[in-house]
Design a protein around this ligand. Structure first.
Ligand SMILES: Nc1ncnc2c1ncn2[C@@H]1O[C@H](COP(=O)(O)OP(=O)(O)OP(=O)(O)O)[C@@H](O)[C@H]1O
Length: 290
């Protein structure tokens, strides 16, 4: 993988199972196919339990998929050795987990946390990256620079966690709910920094969010549904995604009108697929085949 610039992501047939204490398997992801171009900004949406956090953790190399492949650039992280993966996580891929404190050293200062995040950088990388004071300033934490993390507020910790994640100017930044439980001002500061990082360093940015106003600032949204990619939005327009075996998840406003089991006619034309309800043409009643 080349240093500098954004890292692209390619997932094919990604499946992930969790084994519970009782010995049952929970299927968190059941065949995710997804491509994210280098430098793209994407928000993952979807109901609770749909697999967003699991997918993010797999992209960050924090967990390994049970099956399928995940490529970051040209590197297959689903098969990568632990040492190589650890190096990637330290230098090129930053993951901000849900709950800011999990990303921070609580018994030392804000400044020390950012310095610690920069430890693995070469002198050349450190020159290119924003400095500690610059990061503190951008996150509105200059006055808290020498404050111990455990005494900081939730919003301050969240902003510091992001400053640490971006300190190495990663090629891929993955952030799970980076703006949850923040004031509007803190939320806007965090979202602004994510977009600035992309603009200034070409970083690919992927966030999980439940907040529509945060998702609206991202050019692309990917909505997870039952462990798969359900639908996508590009610049505000909604698209359905054809999954493996030709499965097509339709937007909820369509399924309200045409529920599961509805017979529809599908005609493939050169640049579009036309789906029509055949009731009027054939005389088949709308609910006759369910
Ligand atoms: N450690 C775990 N052990 C067992 N099951 C798990 C574990 N982590 C997640 N799951 C299950 O996997 C599925 C996907 O969970 P995941 O956290 O990825 O969803 P999510 O869309 O991020 O949800 P939320 O929006 O609530 O954070 C859920 O059914 C969840 O209960």
């Amino acid at each position: 993988m080349q240093d500098g610039g954004g890292i692209g992501v390619r997932c094919s047939g990604v499946v992930h199972l969790y084994r519970t204490f009782e010995g049952h398997d929970v299927v968190a992801l059941q065949g995710v196919d997804l491509e994210i171009a280098p430098g793209e900004r994407v928000a993952f949406l979807g109901p609770s339990g749909s697999g967003k956090s699991t997918l993010l953790a797999l992209l960050g190399g924090i967990q390994r998929p049970s099956a399928g492949r995940i490529l970051l650039g040209d590197d297959d992280i689903s098969r990568m050795g632990e040492r190589h993966l650890a190096r990637l996580r330290a230098r090129r891929v930053a993951t901000m987990l849900q709950g800011a404190t999990r990303n921070l050293l609580p018994y030392t200062t804000a400044r020390r946390n950012i310095e610690f995040a920069r430890v693995g950088m070469t002198a050349e990388e450190a020159d290119r990256a924003p400095g500690v004071n610059d990061l503190l300033d951008r996150m509105g934490l200059t006055d808290q620079a020498d404050q111990v993390v455990s005494t900081m507020s939730g919003g301050q910790r969240q902003r510091l966690a992001l400053a640490c994640a971006v300190a190495t100017t990663p090629g891929l930044l993955l952030a799970d709910e980076p703006t949850s439980q923040l004031s509007h001002a803190d939320r806007d500061a965090v979202v602004g920094l994510l977009h600035d990082l992309n603009r200034d360093f070409g970083t690919t940015v992927v966030v999980v969010t439940h907040q529509p106003e945060v998702a609206a600032t991202f050019p692309r949204t990917v909505t997870m549904k039952g462990g798969r990619v359900g639908s996508e939005g590009h610049h505000g327009a909604e698209y359905a995604v054809i999954g493996s075996e030709g499965v097509l998840h339709l937007p909820s406003h369509v399924t309200t009108q045409w529920p599961a089991g509805t017979l529809v006619r599908v005609e493939a034309e050169p640049r579009r697929i036309v789906i029509t309800h055949p009731a009027d043409e054939t005389g088949i009643p709308r609910d006759g085949l369910r």
